[in-house]
Design a protein around this ligand. Structure first.
Ligand code: ATR
Length: 277
């Protein structure tokens, strides 16, 4: 039987996930299908019910459904509950199980042989949904986290919830004490305002990463690289968050290789892809 999965969002035309999952299906020789489904919020419940009935294995959930879909799940795993968002659904014995794989997507992307999380001091820019998953991931790895956000209230709320410090948005150039910096805002994305920041006070062994992947290498990452800092591009988070879902629906862990990235980078080149999973 052909195993089927989906990504549901609104709008959905520009999602990179169908290309990525179809690439892996082909690479692994699996007879499966991964479809992009555009669905406005009012039809979300009935669409999910239909997919369960139709025998889909599950799917991804993207903007604007990540929070609302939790109400439609029979079970939500602990991490997704803490983040307050579900990005991956597993349909099992007629039940809908909600998970959040953005956390492992972020952690896997920055994990490497030469990088250890323990003892790190991270500054997270932004306090939206993406920040929640990243802060939780960093805290779970034992990293000390400070949040800086234009709207300070939001940073303070998150800091209280997850046990973090707050840095005033106006002070974001004072980076001497941080050795990890993560941009979780939309600043620097194609057709968005730039992220104005000066990284020159960061220690030389720092890692800078961005959730923005359009453009692939943001001005933030270019500046970091010019200063000799380590960088990790945002596209990796999208790729690594997809691994767990693929494994759940199609029964095999896909390989993340140079070719996987080259394939997606080519897709991104014409710039018609907006940022979402
Ligand atoms: P997501 O859920 O994808 O993280 P979001 O909730 O809209 O998206 O959050 C976007 C983040 O980008 C927020 O931290 C937002 O800051 P505010 O909380 O002050 O709105 C940040 N952001 C967006 N535009 C910004 C700008 N022009 N300057 C500074 N921060 C900005």
């Amino acid at each position: 039987m052909t195993k089927r999965a989906f990504v549901i969002g609104d709008p959905i035309e520009h999602s990179l996930s169908p290309a990525l999952h179809s690439y892996w299906l082909k690479e692994l020789g699996i007879t499966g299908k991964y479809e992009a489904i555009g669905c406005p919020p009012r039809y979300l419940a009935q669409t999910i019910k239909k997919f369960v009935k139709d025998g889909y294995a599950g799917g991804n959930v993207t903007i604007p459904h990540k929070e609302k879909v939790m109400l439609l799940c029979d079970e939500v795993d602990e991490l997704a509950k803490k983040v307050g968002a579900v990005n991956t659904l597993e349909f099992k014995d007629g039940k809908v199980i909600g998970r959040n794989t953005d956390i492992e997507g972020f952690i896997e992307n920055v994990s490497r042989e030469t990088f250890t999380f323990s003892g790190k001091n991270a500054l997270v820019l932004g306090a939206g949904g993406a920040a929640r998953a990243i802060i939780l991931g960093l805290k779970n790895e034992g990293v000390k986290v400070t949040i800086s956000n234009r709207t300070k209230d939001k940073a303070e709320k998150l800091a209280e919830e997850f046990g973090c410090e707050v840095l005033d948005w106006e002070d974001r150039n004072n980076l001497a004490e941080y050795n990890v910096l993560v941009n979780t805002t939309s600043l620097g994305m194609e057709n968005h305002p730039p992220l104005e920041i000066d990284l020159s006070s960061m220690p030389k062994d720092s890692l800078v990463t961005d959730i923005v992947y359009n453009p692939l290498k943001t001005d933030l990452l270019i500046q970091a690289e010019d200063l000799g800092l380590e960088i990790e591009m945002g596209l990796g988070m999208l790729v690594y968050q997809a691994v767990a879902g693929f494994n759940i629906w199609f029964g095999k862990k896909p390989n993340v290789s140079r070719e996987t990235f080259e394939f997606l980078e080519k897709k991104l080149e014409p710039n018609k892809w907006v940022q979402q999973s």
